[in-house]
Design a binder for this molecule. Structure first.
Ligand SMILES: [Zn+2]
Ligand SMILES: [Zn+2]
Length: 256
């Protein structure tokens, strides 16, 4: 079975078609999906969604692209994460691509999430865009290795991947790895240790080839696995088994 380690099924485009999406997941043998939180006002809805569907799990956190939104405290994140269906803290991190100006608030918010993950004993879901250097620096300063986690929708260099892996993090590939232009990312996907590799859709965005430009959903994660298998010259089954095993290893609250 495949697992989608990162999706946004609570977003309107996907939530409106949930029964069909869950059916397609079954057809494509995608057994579970992690629905990732992006802000606090929408979180109760996200939690309600995963409570209704045993194949779905939730995280709790505030995405760095949400500027004017409720700022979470460490205590708030820790207390929300104690819910049995919440298995990770995030998504958090830095994004210097979408937003510019004084982004100290982003870095402070990122530190809050790392502290919460360590206090809760849960892994982090980290988003980094045009900000790899600061992301790694704050991970080091806050000892994010004590929580571990995943660098989601990875698009950075092999050096950044190595640094993250050394800090106890997994590397998750999205549909971007199937894009023809993504040659340097494809090299990273060839090199990452099999026991550190995860796959995701980040749906509704970034549908993999041959669905590029369409609305993405967790059932399409199989195309990410197929592309990585092709790049590495191994069977799809090998990527399927490794990425699913890694998912349960990292988000081990599921097993408890
Ligand atoms: Zn993200
Ligand atoms: Zn996301």
């Amino acid at each position: 079975m495949f697992v989608d380690s990162h999706c946004h099924l609570d977003f309107p485009d996907l939530a409106a078609n949930l029964p069909e999406i869950l059916k397609r997941m079954k057809t494509n043998r995608v057994s579970q999906a992690l629905c990732v939180s992006v802000n606090m006002p929408d979180w109760p809805n996200l939690l309600a969604l995963v409570e209704q569907h045993p194949e779905l799990w939730a995280s709790v956190g505030v995405h760095p692209d949400y500027e004017d939104t409720t700022e979470p405290s460490v205590e708030d994140l820790v207390s929300k994460s104690s819910h049995p269906r919440v298995i990770a803290i995030g998504e958090t991190g830095l994004d210097y691509f979408r937003l510019t100006g004084d982004l100290e608030w982003q870095r402070e918010r990122f530190r809050t999430h790392i502290r919460a993950a360590k206090a809760a004993g849960l892994p982090l879901i980290i988003h980094t865009r045009s900000s790899a250097e600061d992301t790694l620096r704050i991970m080091r300063e806050e000892k994010a290795d004590e929580a571990g986690g995943v660098m989601h929708c990875f698009t950075e260099s092999w050096e950044v991947a190595q640094a993250a892996i050394e800090m106890n993090f997994y590397i998750s590939f999205s549909g971007i790895v199937t894009f023809k232009s993504a040659t340097s990312l494809q090299e990273v996907a060839q090199k990452v240790r099999l026991d550190r590799l995860l796959i995701e859709t980040d749906s509704p965005y970034l549908a993999p080839v041959p669905f590029r430009g369409k609305t993405n959903d967790p059932s399409l994660v199989v195309h990410v696995a197929e592309k990585i298998a092709e790049l590495r010259g191994v069977s799809v089954k090998e990527i399927e088994e490794a990425s699913t095993h890694n998912f349960f290893n990292l988000f081990n609250k599921i097993n408890s």
